[in-house]
Design a protein around this ligand. Structure first.
Ligand SMILES: *Cc1c(COP(=O)(O)O)cnc(C)c1O
Length: 390
């Protein structure tokens, strides 16, 4: 069989399993998206503060910067690609995070797939939550470390693994890897408990991905570590600019020595052209704005609580955030439900394996701070109907 026949056959199989993916065309229009000439309330994005569609903010940026910034950086930061938009943004981040060091990456994917291989050797063990993002899994796979996954949010399991590996004489370092808000479940990690592990196991470093919490949680929007008062105890804190910050890129907050070490070792940083100066300038511009968006964060929190309470009546979920899953189980059924919701004017993503574990396909509702409770009440009626019809 030819290679193309092979691939086509595989995809036909995915179609029958409801696991086939395809690109769809979307036009953004405030809290709505247009697709197939129909307007849907967008409940599937990551634009948690509605800034990607904020044309006034964008126009202010263009007016203030007047086309001053280059649209390409022409090389990696290690060569000639470093400029003051990058160092100024790192400085701004370092100040926000209480004087710790900040290092930029081109994306969260670059950061997560690059940092773990850079800091691990054969004497490192990685203990990662079972549901961490694909970029972290790729980072683990590329690293020389031994890695074990602990059951999702199961600190007892994590402690058992720690006790076991801490006793092995060749194990120099143990890196505990998790997310602060899980992208597909919306549940919030108890970072204080993880920090307390470091008292019992001094060889532990904590690596926390805050991609879904930056801009959204904490008084200044620094994430769950700010909210839980543990900013200084997270050894490696990754934030991204692509979601609530409506830009592109990522950063790690860490010790200045680790920052220097990563500049010497993180391959995505060394071997990829830096994002253009205009992008970093925009990220910095948005950052300054986001720090002040307390009322929007509060609103998002309130609507999130209302939605979670309402869907808890239909199906159990563990969410503690603005991301609220509705578990379906079967992939094809999840896709069918998402289609029905779309027909009624709601864009809700059906998330299926392999993005989530087998048999745990779900509808993932993600809110943003511009959505009002009244927008959601017709959706709840539909979901209740659906639940009844099963
Ligand atoms: C989106 C996401 C990433 C990847 O970030 P990008 O900047 O989009 O590459 C990493 N981790 C988590 C948890 C994410 O949700």
């Amino acid at each position: 069989m030819s290679a193309m026949d092979d691939f086509a056959e595989q995809m036909a199989q995915w179609r029958t399993q409801g696991q086939y993916r395809q690109l769809s065309m979307m036009q953004h229009d405030g809290i709505y998206v247009w697709t197939d000439q129909r307007r849907l309330l967008n409940l599937s994005g990551n634009d948690y503060l509605g800034l990607a569609g904020d044309t006034a903010l964008r126009e202010r940026f263009w007016a203030e910067t007047g086309g001053r910034y280059a649209l390409g950086s022409a090389s990696s930061r290690l060569l000639t690609g470093n400029d003051d938009t990058m160092t100024a943004l790192e400085h701004k981040l370092a100040q926000a995070y209480g004087g710790r060091a900040a290092l930029l990456f081109n994306s969260g994917y670059h950061a997560n797939s690059g940092i773990l291989p850079a800091i691990c050797d054969r004497n490192t063990v990685i203990l990662a939550d079972k549901l961490v993002h694909a970029s972290l899994i790729d980072g683990m796979r590329l690293s020389a470390a031994r890695f074990v996954r602990y059951r999702h949010q199961d600190n007892l399991h994590l402690r058992q693994l720690l006790a076991r590996f801490a006793d092995e004489s060749h194990v120099k370092r143990i890196i505990v890897v998790t997310e602060s808000i899980f992208s597909m479940d919306g549940d919030v990690t108890d970072l204080r408990q993880l920090v307390s592990l470091k008292r019992d196991y001094p060889q532990v470093m904590l690596y926390v991905d805050e991609a879904h919490a930056v801009g959204v949680r904490g008084n200044q929007g620094l994430g769950c570590a700010e909210e839980q008062g543990v900013l200084n105890q997270i050894d490696i804190l990754v934030g991204t600019f692509g979601k609530a910050l409506a830009s592109m890129g990522a950063y790690v907050i860490c010790h200045p020595i680790l920052r220097e070490y990563l500049i010497n070792t993180a391959r995505p940083l060394i071997f990829s052209t830096a994002l253009p100066p205009v992008n970093w300038a925009w990220s910095g511009f948005v950052w300054t704005h986001v720090v002040t968006m307390q009322s929007q964060r509060q609103h998002l929190k309130t609507v999130g609580q209302q939605l979670r309470a309402a869907v808890a009546l239909l199906a159990p979920h563990a969410s503690g955030s603005h991301i609220v899953p509705i578990m379906v189980g079967d992939s094809a059924a999840a896709v069918a439900k998402a289609k029905r919701l779309a027909a009624a004017g709601f864009s809700v993503m059906a998330v299926r394996p392999p993005t989530v574990p087998a048999r745990s396909a779900r509808l993932r509702i993600s809110l943003n701070s511009q959505i009002q409770w009244a927008h959601l009440t017709p959706l709840l009626a539909l979901l209740a109907d659906n639940a009844g019809g099963r």
